[in-house]
Design a protein around this ligand. Structure first.
Ligand code: 6LW
Length: 515
């Protein structure tokens, strides 16, 4: 028997939606202001997931108007389904166009251009009756769950929308998914808000038009008010395994630090088993930190390489950029063996700058790069949004640690460096609370973690960080919004060449110094 660890997809992967085609599972998540959008993962066992691409990987699929675009805008919660031999994704771009459907013959793509739906609201879902009738459930603009019968090929609304079942009475009913299971239609939703009160509820009916009966046990799942390490559990999607067992993917967070604890990795994707009671209602136990994996399935996937030497013709799918990644802002060919970033904006404080990064997926980790700023300016940045970021920057003959926290922007350390390549590293060490007295910690901070910024080899015997910063200011609770940390490379003046970028998880409790 294999045990799996939650989250099954760590780092900023909220609002997961999953479908199965044969023995293969495919999962998409929200991506908000980042391009490419809607990361697409593949698995054979619901536990090991490989990032195989992004549904919205062409600028014309993802109109994110830069002027006015904002952090946590863009692409909200998607739904992925496999129907009639095709893959379907329905999603909402709140900064450009609203609700749309894209389809693909193969999940790896290419995905079609958006077919825009004449529906407002967020969290759209797709479900089909046996005769091909297609229903779109969504969270209506006036609140509450709405339902419309649509033609998803042409984006036309054929009936409705009309209000339908909206939960057990908690705030913000959203994230609806409609399923035909046996003789029933089930409507699964999230309610309580995506924070600590988040929960999952369900109703059933003999028809998508209702009448709906809410489950007696609603909310089916909530970690609210518990001491569980996993919190904010909600926004779930159901899937049936080939062996007939049922599973739920959902979002959750893993808060750190002293009260009120905060999360820094964003809302992550978790997996939990689903049973059915004798009355035909789903039963969901609290989301486990570890659990036996689906029977007869254990298909590990290759771990992504720790170092990217940028010697490939295209950027790997996990590289993301806020708001846009214009073709003139980056190159893998102008300086072979390096990622060359061309500045498109003078600061990291307003959209329009050049940034290529990856989600921070581990509480204890290290990220580093070897860069040559030439006559330009650029560096290594840990980003929540334009008003909450820390960076180690090279330019004008020096390296400097800068921090932007809301209206405050400071240079906290600087060191002269000769012209040529410099190695920059950030190490992240999570705070360990002393159980007997939780406000005492071994790291001297009550924040979730400490970020240390290094020039040169951090493993060198005499290495000392240029600065160590409290990570609470790069948490979602402080910055607000729906995303989590992204660590990446940027250029704000001229062109900056990045020879390599490495990201290495440091096992919890161990030092960051590798080797
Ligand atoms: C999403 C809503 C939610 O549209 O947060 O947690 C919103 N659930 O369903 C953004 O992720």
């Amino acid at each position: 028997m294999h045990l799996y660890q939650n989250p099954v997809i760590s780092g900023f992967h909220p609002d997961p939606s999953v479908c199965r085609a044969g023995d293969d599972y495919y999962l998409v998540c929200s991506s908000f202001e980042y391009f490419p959008g809607l990361p697409l993962y593949h698995s054979r066992d619901l536990v090991h997931w490989e990032h195989i691409g992004n549904v919205l990987d062409r600028p014309d699929q993802l109109p994110l108007p830069l002027p006015g675009a904002k952090a946590s805008g863009g692409c909200y919660a998607p739904t992925i389904r496999h129907h009639d031999g095709r893959f379907w994704v329905v999603n909402t771009n709140i900064d450009g166009g609203g609700n749309f459907v894209v389809t693909a013959e193969r999940p790896e793509g290419p995905w079609s251009d958006p077919v825009w739906l004449d529906l407002t609201g967020i969290d759209p879902d797709l479900a089909w009756e046996e005769d091909g009738t297609c229903w779109c459930a969504f969270s209506g603009p006036a609140g509450g769950i709405n339902l419309a019968r649509i033609d998803p090929e042409r984006g036309r609304v054929l009936e409705g929308p009309f209000a339908t079942w909206s939960g057990s009475g908690l705030k913000f009913p959203e994230a609806p998914h409609l399923y035909r299971i046996g003789d029933w239609w089930y409507l699964l939703i999230a309610e309580g808000g995506t924070e600590r009160g988040h929960s999952v509820s369900v109703a059933r009916s003999r028809s998508p038009r209702g009448p709906w009966e809410g489950a007696p046990a609603n909310p089916l799942l909530s970690h609210s008010g518990t001491a569980r390490a996993i919190q904010n559990t909600g926004h779930a999607d159901l899937v049936r395994a080939p062996d007939g067992s049922w599973w739920m993917v959902l979002l959750g967070v893993r808060p750190r630090g002293f009260t009120p604890d905060v999360h820094v990795l964003g809302r992550e994707t978790f997996l939990t088993p689903v049973e059915w009671d004798e009355d035909g209602w789903p039963v969901v136990a609290p989301v486990p930190e570890t659990h036996p994996a689906p029977a007869r399935a254990w298909h590990p996937v290759p771990a992504p390489a720790a170092r990217d030497d940028f010697d490939t013709p295209a950027l790997a799918p996990h590289w993301i950029s806020p708001f846009a990644r214009p073709a003139h802002s980056w190159s893998l060919t102008e300086r072979p063996g390096s990622l060359l970033l061309h500045a498109t904006g003078p600061t990291l404080d307003t959209p329009g700058y050049t940034f290529v990064g990856r989600r921070q997926q581990h509480h204890d980790c290290r990220a580093g790069t070897l860069l040559d700023a030439g006559t330009g300016t650029g560096g290594l940045c840990v980003r929540l949004d334009e008003a909450h970021h820390y960076e180690l920057e090279a330019g004008d003959g020096e390296v400097r640690v800068r921090a932007r926290i809301g209206p405050l922007h400071r240079t906290l350390a600087r060191r002269p460096v000769p012209a040529g390549p410099v190695r920059l590293t950030v190490t992240v060490r999570t705070t360990r609370l002393v159980p007997a007295s939780p406000h005492l910690t071994d790291g001297g901070t009550t924040g979730p973690d400490t970020l240390a910024f290094w020039l040169g080899d951090p493993d060198a015997p005499d290495a000392r960080p240029l600065a160590e910063l409290d990570g609470r200011y790069l948490s979602t609770e402080v910055a607000c919004g729906f995303t989590g940390r992204v660590i990446g490379m940027y250029a704000t003046r001229g062109s900056v060449a990045f020879d390599w970028f490495e990201y290495v998880p440091a096992p919890h409790g161990e030092d960051h110094r590798l080797g």
